[in-house]
Ligand binder design. Sequence first.
Ligand code: PAF
Length: 291
Amino acid sequence: MQVFYEKAPFLEFVKDSQRLGQYRALVPTMGALHRGHTSLMDLARSHVDSGPHGYADGLVGTSIFVNPTQFGPNEDLDAYPRTLDADLEACERAGVDFVFAPTRPEEVYPEDPSVTVCEDTLSLRHCGAKRPGHFDGVCLVVAKLFHLFQAQAAVFGEKDFQQLAVIRRMVRDLDFPIEILSGATVREEDGLALSSRNTYLSAEHRALAPQIYAELKSCRECWDAGKYPSWQAAEEGLADRLRAIPEASLDYAHLVDSATLASPSGSQLPPEKYRFLVAVRFGKTRLIDNL
Ligand code: PAF
């Protein structure tokens, strides 16, 4: 596995790979890797090994970069877990071929950037309402990574469902020549969705956090059993269940169209087209999940 900490040698590597006619699949991360990330690397690996679009040879690449532009002024940029050595071992074990791990933001951002990327529809509700500017920062760094890696495919987790939808929209609207693949959420045995931020939870909150997924599942069961007269009742029912979790404070519980992230407009809701998105805080730690 080749690891690059600086942009210039990394760009040379990408040029060589292009000259060799290799396919590249990118798994962007901010490090603190867990099984959720490595499942995305596995997905990238099997996609590349399936010889997509007739490429004979292909590489899986990962970026490890805690992107400052997606953190708000009062968010956890400084405290965000940085575990580079363990992350590189995890990448190696997952069969990643190359890693771009810029250790300084200046490797990614010029001193005086004046161009940005702004998604102004899907980003505004849900997590975006509580984290103004967050998805613009995500779009900006992801757009830059797409350019730097010149990848034909990129893999994102469904756990960050709004992020996935926003990136798909950016790719559509700005004509990025890249295929976006998504990997299912990986969970602990008790149902808690894996997240680098789970390490912030106190023992008490960690024990309560699996109730988020349990409530999502019971809400879906009630929905399937026809117990809600309307989608609004299902949304309110889920919000009530989440508010009832001890110590939890509800940010939002929304039923949305999976592509537009908008609320349903009619009463007919084909289940494959809609998702519940939720965000719940335990103390200062904000957890998101969806089903
Ligand atoms: O999902 C993440 O870890 C980040 O938002 C991403 C996509 C790597 C951009 O920094």
